[in-house]
Design a binder for this molecule. Structure first.
Ligand SMILES: O=C(O)C(=O)C[C@]1(C(=O)O)C=C[C@@H](O)C=C1
Length: 430
């Protein structure tokens, strides 16, 4: 068995590796988290452990995570071989890209057909390894989610999905590299379905993007407002335009459909002259509809926040503003939520969002005693919190270490750069 020293030089493509191969980790070569004694393990197990540590917020510095990436990416093939010259007939030889090594790993020689080593910037939210990133979104072309995917990953290939769940699965099954999904809107509030799915799937939040949403009322060419007896759209879009529709005298039926652009498409394909859609101006163009009214959202500051999801987390940094999203279930005890919030307040960490969802497998907790005055039924929740700090920041690590004491379940959904792009509510963005 040869040893490998994970170094940044060996960061290479993550795709073509055999994770069942064994390697040995040498103590103390790179950082203090190296084992005390030389440890022999599979690449898969190192990676799993490191990713678990990272997700749980237990990795204290990014070198830990880099180490696992380095090991994974080095395309190390460890083989039983007799070719070893030091006499060890059954010794394992490590070969890198087919070249056998008997010493510690060394940087791969540059040859024209060898892939370029990954650098830290490649591990940022939009790694582009020569090919276009495939980004799943819910809806059809012309949906706001498609625009959000384009804002998050310019030049990506946007993949429409008919449901949020499908977008999650597309990434999980390697059909897409990322998913971009809405989590909250400044007028309509949280998109609960995606909070529940974040918990159910094992994807990581690797970024966020905020999209000003500028709604239009669309109908077939020649149709007038007076001809309408129905307005269809995504439920969020309907709720974002409710007062304006009333002001426009459109006291007609509202019908919810899967997405805004899908509503426009439906009107066009079924030639519906009594129905209007709330959707983007791009949807009007794509499906040949006219714009009956422009900017019909009830408030010009109508912004939807989307999260970018990936199979792997990104390396948290401290050189730019980061946000971290967690979910937890509290343990038995008094004032647990207060104690959790205090852990952040004590360290001057601002919370940007708190959301509660029913705890699916344990929705109710019965307290008290029927024989002494009866019992009360408390609802149990999963709490989602976003806070303004990176997991690379010791304040965040310490806060989570404290939070862990009061929680029966804690998961870091992601630590990612904040969307700091300027936007103007008055400018039409779509
Ligand atoms: O239907 C769309 O176009 C979407 O992208 C979905 C969605 C949402 O789920 O909130 C996204 C942004 C707008 O807030 C309205 C609808």
């Amino acid at each position: 068995m040869n040893s490998i020293t994970p170094t940044k030089h060996i960061l290479k493509s993550l795709s073509s590796l055999d994770t069942t191969q064994k390697v040995s980790l040498i103590p103390g070569k790179i950082h203090h988290h190296q084992p005390k004694r030389t440890r022999i393990c599979t690449i898969k197990s190192i990676y799993k452990q490191e990713t678990r540590n990272f997700s749980a917020g237990l990795v204290s510095n990014r070198a830990d995570w880099q180490t696992s990436c380095a090991i994974l990416a080095s395309n190390v093939v460890s083989q039983q071989s007799n070719e070893r010259t030091d006499g060890g007939g059954n010794a394992e030889i490590i070969s890198i890209n087919g070249v056998h090594q008997t010493l510690d790993l060394v940087p791969v020689q540059q040859e024209t057909n060898l892939p370029k080593p990954l650098s830290i910037t490649d591990l940022s939210p939009a790694p582009m390894h020569g090919s276009q990133l495939r980004v799943a979104y819910q809806g059809v072309p012309g949906a706001y989610s498609e625009a959000a995917a384009g804002k998050a990953y310019p030049n990506c290939v946007a993949i429409p999905c008919d449901q949020f769940e499908v977008a999650f699965q597309a990434v999980g099954h390697w059909i897409a590299d990322r998913a971009v999904l809405p989590v909250e809107n400044s007028l309509g509030g949280s998109i609960h379905r995606n909070y529940d799915l974040l918990l159910r799937h094992n994807l990581h939040i690797v970024g966020e993007v905020q999209l000003p949403v500028h709604h239009c009322l669309l109908a077939l060419p020649g149709v007038r407002k007076e001809d309408l007896n129905r307005v269809i759209s995504h439920p969020q879009a309907l709720s974002q335009c409710e007062s304006t529709l009333t002001k426009l005298g459109l006291n007609v039926a509202r019908e919810a459909v899967d997405d805004t652009a899908g509503a426009a498409e439906f009107i066009a394909t079924h030639n519906l002259r009594d129905t209007a859609a709330i959707a983007s101006s791009r949807a009007a163009e794509l499906y040949g509809l006219q714009i009956l009214a422009d900017g019909i959202q009830d408030d010009s500051s109508n912004v939807t926040r989307f999260v970018m999801l990936a199979r792997e987390p990104i390396i948290p940094r401290t050189d730019r503003p980061f946000k971290t999203s967690i979910v937890f279930a509290h343990d038995e005890g008094m004032s647990v939520l207060f104690k959790v919030l205090s852990a952040f307040e004590f360290r001057n960490i601002s919370l940007t969002k708190i959301e509660s969802r029913p705890f699916k497998n344990r929705p109710i907790r019965v307290v008290g005693d029927a024989s002494t005055g009866g019992t009360a039924k408390h609802f149990e929740y999963m709490f989602y919190i976003d806070f303004e700090a990176s997991m690379a920041d010791p304040r965040a690590q310490n806060a989570l270490a404290e939070v862990q004491e009061f929680t029966s379940f804690l998961r870091v959904l992601g630590s990612y750069p904040m969307d700091m792009t300027a936007w103007s509510p008055s400018i039409r963005d779509l």
